[in-house]
Design a protein around this ligand. Structure first.
Ligand SMILES: Cc1ncc(COP(=O)(O)O)c(C=O)c1O
Length: 382
């Protein structure tokens, strides 16, 4: 039999998918499940984006477009930096991608060579590590703690040995925590001083409750910014995102994306362009997320979940459950089976310490959050 590559066999599964499958099986058996495991908005694309997609279908053949993205969308994204961050970004540095997931391999391949070491916070979004490893790059964990809001620090970087890249996510998945402007500046200066490429995942910008999200474009000329229409813009299934890259990476990424993808789904680019004009609808989602967060932070302690990371942004609460279990996978399984509440075990995000944590997503409706708290309290009482 022909072989299966070692690099693909070495890639870990995304465990939340297993939770979703178990939740679906429970629902198929007639039970109701409250979904606190899903990492996506419970709402569709904003109305203006849907209207733009409908209109485009009538007038455009929806063929391939330029590999780096539709010029109008690249320009609109550049304007977004002026409007939201007061930062000048040339449209030439903006690259439209197939979700931020499509941006990562492009950014990593253009920035690093096989064998290079790339540092990232643990806990963190698992795909970083898995994409790096599939590309024969070494993911180097920076163990973080609540004291530094689970974010990388210059002190931690001083101890990791030689690296070629650093990934920072603020607000972070799974913790919802952020770096301050001062911290991001310090990290980017450290990277510049050590010829390290900073990759800033800003996919949860726009979903911020406390403090202010700084973009790496504001503090660094050399960083790669990764962003997406999936979260704030509520367009996960449209698979459209973007990169802002330094000039020297534009042409390398253009060559890569021409060959990998030809172009990003055209219909989605029309919809994404219109989504920028839908801020009222989108900001209403953020207000709901904030109310959900406050409801869970107030209600979960009575259900025994009282060691919670205060989420500054995104739609996740990271819970320390090490006083309740030493096997978060088993704990989540029992919570699903017995309480009908699905959450994601921390092992997805932190291999070393995730057996004692879980991630709770509050992207759903307020009624679902209320019901989750009610069920978990009843579960706790036994
Ligand atoms: C931190 C982070 N980055 C990137 C992604 C990928 O999202 P997408 O490919 O839909 O843009 C996710 C999805 O959950 C995420 O949480």
């Amino acid at each position: 039999m022909a072989k299966v590559s070692r690099r693909s066999e070495a890639v870990d599964p995304f465990i939340v998918m297993d939770v979703m499958a178990a939740a679906a099986a429970k629902e198929a058996a007639g039970d109701t499940v409250i979904h606190l495991e899903v990492g996506q908005p419970s709402t569709p694309a904003p109305r203006g984006a849907l209207a733009a997609a409908h209109a485009a279908l009538d007038v455009d053949k929806i063929g391939y477009v330029a590999a780096l993205g539709m010029p109008a969308l690249r320009e609109r994204i550049a304007r977004h930096y002026r409007e939201q961050y007061n930062a000048e970004v040339s449209p030439e540095r903006v690259i439209v991608t197939t979700g931020s997931s499509g941006g990562f391999p492009l950014a990593f391949l253009a920035s690093f060579d096989a064998g290079d070491r790339v540092a990232l916070a643990a806990p963190g979004y698992p795909a970083y590590r898995n994409i790096l490893s599939a590309l024969h790059l070494e993911a180097v964990d920076l163990p973080t703690s609540l004291a530094d809001r689970y974010q990388p620090t210059v002190a931690a970087l001083e101890k990791v040995g030689p690296i070629s890249g650093l990934i920072v996510a603020s607000p972070s998945n799974p913790t919802g925590t952020m770096v301050t402007r001062g911290e991001l500046t310090a990290l980017s200066q450290w990277c510049d001083g050590h010829q390290v490429r900073l990759v800033s995942d800003e996919i949860y910008h726009g979903i911020v409750y406390e403090g202010e999200a700084t973009s790496a474009v504001e503090v660094s000329e050399h960083a790669v910014v990764v962003n997406s229409f999936s979260k704030y813009f509520s367009m996960t299934g449209w698979r459209v995102g973007w990169l802002v890259v330094p000039e020297e990476l534009v042409r390398p990424i253009e060559r890569l994306t021409q060959n990998f993808f030809i172009s990003v789904p055209t219909l989605s680019q029309y919809a994404a362009l219109a989504a920028f004009e839908c801020r009222d609808e989108l900001d209403a989602h953020v207000a709901r997320y904030k109310a959900n967060r406050d409801l869970l932070m107030a209600g979960l302690p009575a259900a025994g979940l009282d060691r919670l990371t205060p989420a500054q942004g995104a739609f996740y609460i990271y819970a320390d459950v090490s006083h309740l279990t030493n096997d978060s996978r088993e704990f989540c399984k029992r919570m699903l089976q017995e309480a009908g509440v699905a959450t994601t075990p921390g092992v997805d995000f932190d291999r070393a310490r995730g057996a004692g944590t879980l991630r709770i997503s509050f992207a759903g409706s307020m009624a679902e959050m209320e019901e989750a708290v009610r069920r978990l309290k009843a579960w706790r009482r036994g």
